[in-house]
Design a protein around this ligand. Structure first.
Ligand SMILES: [Zn+2]
Length: 436
């Protein structure tokens, strides 16, 4: 019988991944800013994560900028930067039509996913996400006809064998369909993962949560603690079931309100319209998705396309003087500094400081969903530092690798599969990354 050591490593987008010796579960805690862990570790309220951090491996890694959900999930699931996978936001502007195009279609994702390639090699893989907008990209080319599974909490009641590789998810989990704006939407993802792991052996799982709680509650608030305790309890269960648990986040989260509790917003479309006239430039907020009540489509990163005679240099000069701006970059510099795909990049990229966010026109953003809460959001460089935690320690090879280059959060599958202790039975060829 073939053991995991004998199986050929799986090549995904130029990186070789070793077969898991036991189930490997990678969890993306959406909006899981390192500040939450700092708070709850100090309080002693998340004992399982605390054990992973002391007995396994823990650090803070660099996430993908813009620090939004889609680009980071795609970086994690492909093991590549946005310049390779092409998903640099939730929206980009189609310059041919002048319309903002949603970037959640699998046809826009370049390269292969780690899950699909493992499934092709015969592994049983599972992808569960909170919001359905991510499901199709995470499940790109994933064959669910041979025991692999891909679904979202949001549409857990609509799963079919043909589309998702599973039916009867609500019955399996024993819970009603969770509300879109609730912590239950994330906990359902983890509970489903636990049930599937109890049911039958799985090789590789990717569980991607949603940041509803982190948008609404700061680390010192009781609801945030309650959420992290519920997460911690489930991470402990996954480990008890024999899994290696790997935790990261897609992005952090910053408070972007003033002392009185009002959002610190730069209305960039309004400011540029006042300077250059209407129609000269188009500001696109790539955080926008169908569910924006908790952030009003305000983030720390926006893109500006020049549509008339106004040049990128003129736009950059106009923005430089605005308070709360961390950087204003032309297309070429933005792509070089943040490793972004040039064909989907705007003429100008604007990033705000940690306590400020950027919107388009005040009239186009509905902030009523904040309902008295301080605005907490993400998108900039300030929110691109994320935790990376493994429930088992690194092997010597990956300790060395860690010492040689800054760690990217899109390396979490590589570290979980290749970087943990080698199997003890006999020595095997060590796969190495073929990308620089
Ligand atoms: Zn997110």
């Amino acid at each position: 019988m073939l053991t995991h050591q004998d199986k050929t490593p799986v090549n995904v987008n130029g990186t070789l991944y070793r077969w898991p010796a036991r189930p490997v579960v990678v969890v993306c805690v959406d909006g899981g800013d390192p500040a939450y862990l700092k708070q709850f570790i100090a309080e002693g309220s998340i004992p399982n994560i605390a054990r992973f951090m002391t007995q396994g491996f823990s650090t803070v890694a660099d996430g993908t900028v813009p620090s939004f959900t889609c680009p980071n999930n795609m970086s994690i699931i492909t093991g590549t930067p946005a310049s390779k996978h092409g998903i640099s936001g939730n929206y980009y502007l189609d310059v041919a039509t002048g319309k903002a195009v949603v970037m959640t279609g699998p046809e826009l994702l370049r390269g292969d996913t780690i899950l699909a390639q493992f499934a092709n090699a015969g592994a049983k893989v599972v992808s569960i996400t909170a919001k359905d907008k991510l499901r199709r990209q995470l499940g790109k080319n994933l064959d669910v006809s041979h025991g692999s599974i891909s679904f979202s909490s949001e549409h857990a009641d609509k799963c079919t064998l043909a589309e998702n590789g599973i039916t009867g998810v609500l019955e399996l989990v024993g819970q009603p369909l969770p509300d879109m704006y609730s912590m239950a939407l994330s906990l359902f993802v983890l509970d489903a993962g636990i049930k599937l792991l109890q049911q039958t052996p799985r090789d590789l799982m990717y569980l991607s949560l949603t940041d509803y709680v982190q948008h609404k509650y700061a680390p010192h608030e009781a609801e945030a603690r309650r959420f992290y305790q519920a997460l911690d309890d489930r991470f402990g269960k996954l480990q008890q079931l024999g899994a290696l648990v790997a935790l990261t986040a897609d992005h952090g989260m910053s408070d972007k309100s003033d002392a009185a509790g009002a959002p610190n917003v730069i209305w960039l479309q309004d400011a540029l319209d006042a300077k250059f006239g209407k129609g000269a430039v188009k500001v696109v907020c790539p955080i926008t998705d169908a569910f924006v009540a908790h952030h009003g489509a305000l983030g720390g990163f926006v893109r500006v396309w020049c549509q008339g005679k106004t040049t990128p240099r003129q736009v950059m000069d106009a923005i430089h003087g605005l308070p709360g701006i961390e950087s204003v970059l032309d297309k070429e510099t933005a792509c070089r500094v943040h490793d972004l795909p040039a064909d989907r990049e705007a003429d100008v990229v604007v990033i705000s400081t940690a306590n400020v966010c950027i919107g388009a026109s005040a009239a186009d953003h509905d902030l009523s969903g904040l309902a008295g809460h301080r605005l907490r959001t993400h998108g900039g460089v300030s929110e691109a530092k994320v935790p990376m935690i493994l429930s088992e320690p690194l092997n010597d090879e990956y300790k060395l690798k860690l010492a040689c280059a800054p760690l990217k959060s899109y390396q979490i599958f590589e570290f979980a599969l290749n970087g943990t202790a080698p199997p003890k039975t006999h020595a095997s060829a060590t796969p190495t990354s073929t990308t620089p």
